[in-house]
Design a protein. Structure first.
Length: 256
């Protein structure tokens, strides 16, 4: 009895580990995974000590789609394809901004209206004296090009891509296993299924042959047509006058 309980506990533990691995959140995507519907007004300030103490209404806005090479200029990309990167996220953009020591606010659930792609950051590039906060990135365009250059080199990005590849590989293996099991079930039907299929094929071919022979014989074809017509006429005569005596002529009673 104790061995059976131990096996059940081990099985439950293995199932829990498998579920945790499947539901694991890739690095940098924690802000996207929330237990409730996300609030589009959610803001994450860096440095965190300035949260709620700064006015970001005059900060420059950079959307994830502005540096995404998968989109056209008409869809929202703002830099050349050679300078853009593939599918960036706001966490990676924040890493680059932290590298340049730029105050910024992350808005992960704001959606770009043209193509409905989420994620943007608000950046403070100019200080109160109208001077660049960091001389290396004096303008928004330069900052976006540096983002497209540095994001592919980030560690969290390589980890995120590796986890995505593992998920795709696991999904492909599961699909192949499902196909193999379905093929094995089809093969396991046995001789009975093959015999029934062969009998059905023989019956269908036999019926087709008999129909062809009947078509070739004019006498049989004429007799069949005549029988069909006579049956149709008999049905018409039997149903004439309607059901339950409708339309029938009854004799008048003798009043004398």
């Amino acid at each position: 009895m104790s061995s059976k309980r131990g096996k059940n506990k081990a099985k439950k533990a293995a199932q829990a580990q498998l579920a945790a691995a499947q539901n694991a959140i890739p690095p940098g995507e924690e802000i996207y995974h929330t237990p409730v519907a996300p609030d589009p007004n959610t803001k994450i300030t860096w440095p965190q000590s300035l949260a709620g103490k700064i006015d970001d209404s005059r900060f420059l806005v950079i959307w994830t789609i502005n540096i995404n090479r998968s989109f056209k200029l008409s869809e929202g990309r703002r830099i050349p394809i050679a300078s853009a990167c593939e599918d960036p996220i706001v966490a990676e953009m924040s890493e680059v901004l932290q590298h340049f020591k730029l105050t910024h606010v992350i808005e992960p659930f704001k959606v770009y209206p043209r193509v409905m792609v989420p994620g943007r950051v608000r950046v403070k590039l100019i200080d109160d004296e109208d001077q660049p906060c960091n001389p290396e990135v004096p303008t928004r365009r330069v900052l976006m090009m540096r983002m497209g250059e540095l994001i592919p080199k980030l560690k969290i990005r390589s980890q995120r891509i590796a986890m995505q590849q593992q998920r795709l590989a696991a999904a492909a293996e599961a699909h192949q296993a499902q196909q193999a099991s379905s093929a094995a079930k089809k093969k396991g039907k046995g001789k009975k299924g093959n015999d029934e299929r062969a009998a059905c094929e023989w019956t269908s071919t036999q019926g087709t042959r008999e129909q062809d022979e009947r078509r070739e014989c004019p006498k049989e074809r004429g007799a069949a047509n005549k029988a069909r017509r006579s049956g149709y006429a008999h049905r018409r005569r039997s149903t004439r006058g309607g059901r339950k005596g409708r339309g029938m002529f009854l004799p008048l009673p003798d009043l004398h």
